[in-house]
Structure formats: C-alpha cells, structure tokens
Design a protein around this ligand. Structure first.
Ligand code: SAM
Length: 381
C-alpha cells in the first residue's frame, strides 16, 4: 500500500475490526517508518485486537527496546493497564514501570486506578464567613480543616528585602516558606490552584566593599512547591510601566562599559500550580454545573499589563486588578479563598467584592488592623 494512504483514520479503522489478518497488517506497519502520530495509532490499534496473547507478545517484544519512542511505550503501557486483571498483563505492566521508572508512567497508573467517587462524594467543611488568622501562618493554618479552601493567592515575604521580615539566612527563609506551603497543600481542595506572586530580590550590601546578593526567589519556589505536593501549570508575567520601577540604567548610561549593564525590572511572576490530584481538572469544574464568568473580556496571553499600587499602610500591596483577575480565572463564586501572607488584606477586599469568602493570615498586628477595616471578619488568634 502507498505510504501516503496510511492515515491515522485508516489505522483507527484497522483497530476497530478485530481479525488475525488485521493484526498481521498492523504488525507489519509497525516495522515501517511513519510519523510518530501514525505509529502511536498503530500501537493503540494493536492493543485493541482481541487476540490478547498476541497483544501481550507484541508489547513484550517492543516495550523494552531502547529504540522504542517513549510515546509508543506509553501506549503499550496503557494497554497493559486496560488488561490489568490478567496476571500476564499485570506482570508486564510492573516490569515496564520498573524498567523506565518514569513519572508519566507512574501518573498513568495513579489516574487509571483512582476512583473518582472519592473526590465527587467527599464532604468538605465550609467556612461561611470572612476570617482572619492572626499569627504565623505555618501555625495558624493548622486550625483549618483539610481541603476547605478552593484557591490560594499570595505574595510571600521577599526574604529580607522589607522591614516586615528578617530571617537569619536564605535557607531559613526557604524552610519557613516550605512549612507554610505544606499547610497550604493540606487545606487546599484536591486539584485546585495556588498562585504565588514572587520576583527576584536583592538585599542591601553590608558596605561598599561587599557585593550585594540577588536571589532568584521564583526559581527556588518551583522546588518548594513541587516538594509540597503541587504541579506546575503556568507562569504569568505581571508587567508594569517602566516609570513605576527603580531605574538601574544609571551606571551603564554614564560609563557605557559592558558588564555594568542592569536592565530595569518591570516584571514579576505569578507562579500558577495545581494541587496534585489523580483526576483531570474537568472533575473540579463539574462541581459547578451552572456557573461561568459572564464577562467576555479575556486576557489571552500570559503577559498581564497592570500598574503597581502603593499604600501608606503597607510597603508591598497587590494592585486590586491583579487579585480580580486571579479570582476570576481560578475560582468560582462562593468559593473560599486564602491568602496566607495577607499584609493589608487587598486580596480579601477584592474577594468579598467578587462574592468569594476570604481567609487571610497575617503575623503583624498593625496590618491586621488594616485588614479588618476592609470587611466584616471573624478573627482567630
Ligand atoms: C508581600 S506582603 C503581602 C502584601 C499583600 N499582598 C497586600 O496586598 O497587602 C507579605 C506579608 O506577609 C506577612 N508575613 C510574613 N511572614 C508571615 C508569617 N509567617 N505568617 C503570616 N504572615 C506573615 C508580612 O507581615 C507581610 O505583611
């Protein structure tokens, strides 16, 4: 047959019809050179054939060859899962897992065996009123039940860049962030989002003879988040007008010397992660059958142009627009939303306006006073 006539649709049709002749043809086609999507369909169609002993032998023969593309191995492994009740296929599945020790294969197994009823019927304790937890969020969050929160948005302290935080070392700082993130993971509903606003910081140098240290906090947060049970989804870049940020061009402008160049930093990151779950996001969305955003305006790219905000009560507040967008895209009305480093409580104020129930944690009592001016909060010490 002319190679050009071999399409995904054609292979699918071979898969639907179960016969030894089709099996022969599919095996022959597997040995030929085709684009990966066709090869993938060939493997999948072989998996659907009714002669299971022959399917088993095909997988046994090809799954452990180093030259087999991983995409094809995944299809072979998928077939072993569908036939897992048979001892031979279970054994084959176990051997493929051990041979590759691959994260996608592990996730396939978790997804395949997860009983969706567990999530669908899980009872959650609903927090009914806006709440402030006063104190260290690594401790105060322990007062919340498991999985009572549907969205977390926060801007953590930026190491020692501001007066309100003072850690003995960067490692101490990361350790504290991890403690809070682990609690965030416990209180967040499975499969829901955590969004962290961070950017690199520089700490003041102790004297002119010493170099300052610049910390790429957002890179380190990836490790902290994944170790705390979250998976990476997106990075949204918050872009500010240049006139709003400190000018770092001065030195280079004066001297023109290479190496002295320092660009003005007009971006911050919003790290979007999902709490690990053994089911698709569709399951989370299905819990809200009649709800959707009615405004048609959409931020089509991961670059959000928003002016920063300054505030007399706090040195690093969120612009309300940033909170509004995060709330709009990552939560539904009446959801309970958490900011574990709430500062002046901007997120809480916007959450109330957008008909969500905020839970805010803040360690500094002066900031707590500002928070409670912005809403009718239950306060827990
Ligand atoms: C970057 S600010 C958040 C500002 C906030 N987004 C706003 O709009 O006002 C971080 C806040 O976390 C608070 N904080 C630092 N460590 C904390 C901890 N362990 N527990 C609770 N709050 C903490 C600080 O006091 C500070 O107000």
């Amino acid at each position: 047959m002319n190679q050009k006539n071999i399409t995904v649709k054609y292979i699918k049709s071979l898969g639907k019809e179960k016969s030894e002749a089709n099996f022969d043809l599919l095996e022959k086609l597997y040995e030929e050179e085709f684009p990966i999507e066709i090869k993938r369909e060939i493997v999948s169609s072989i998996g659907r054939q009714s002669n299971k002993s022959r399917v088993h032998d095909f997988i046994e023969k090809h799954a452990f060859q180093k030259s087999t593309y991983m995409e094809l191995v995944y299809q072979m492994y998928r077939t072993t899962l569908y036939n897992y009740k048979s001892f031979e296929f279970k054994d084959l599945a176990d051997r493929i897992e051990a041979f590759y020790n691959n994260e996608i294969i592990k996730k396939m197994k978790e997804f395949y065996f997860y009983d969706k009823k567990i999530y669908r019927t899980k009872k959650i304790d609903k927090i009914e009123n806006p709440t402030v937890l006063v104190g260290d969020s690594a401790i105060t969050l322990k007062k919340l039940p498991n999985e009572c929160i549907q969205l977390i948005f926060t801007s953590p302290p930026y190491y020692n860049a501001r007066q309100y935080s003072d850690y003995h070392s960067y490692n101490d700082y990361l350790q504290k962030m991890k403690e809070v993130l682990l609690e965030c993971n416990r209180v967040l509903e499975d499969g829901r989002f955590i969004v962290i606003n961070v950017s690199p910081v520089i700490t003041k140098r102790p004297g002119r003879e010493f170099e300052s240290i610049r910390y790429p906090i957002h890179f380190d947060f990836h490790k902290l988040l994944t170790e705390s049970g979250f998976s990476f989804i997106d990075e949204i870049i918050w872009i500010k007008p240049q006139y709003c940020v400190p000018n770092r061009n001065g030195g280079y402008e004066q001297t023109g010397k290479p190496l002295s160049y320092k660009p003005n930093c007009i971006t911050e990151s919003l790290l979007v992660y999902r709490k690990n779950a053994n089911f698709l996001l569709d399951e989370n969305i299905k819990k809200y059958p009649n709800k959707k955003n009615i405004d048609t305006e959409i931020d089509a790219t991961n670059c959000w142009y928003i002016n920063p905000k300054s505030d007399k009560n706090h040195p690093a507040v969120f612009p309300e627009e940033l909170c509004r967008r995060v709330i709009k895209y990552y939560s539904f009305e009446n959801d309970v939303v958490l900011d574990p480093f709430a500062g002046s409580g901007t997120f809480g104020r916007v959450a109330i306006k957008e008909h969500r129930v905020p839970v805010l944690c803040e360690i500094n009592e002066d900031y707590v006073k500002t928070i409670i001016k912005g809403g009718n909060y239950d306060i827990r010490n």
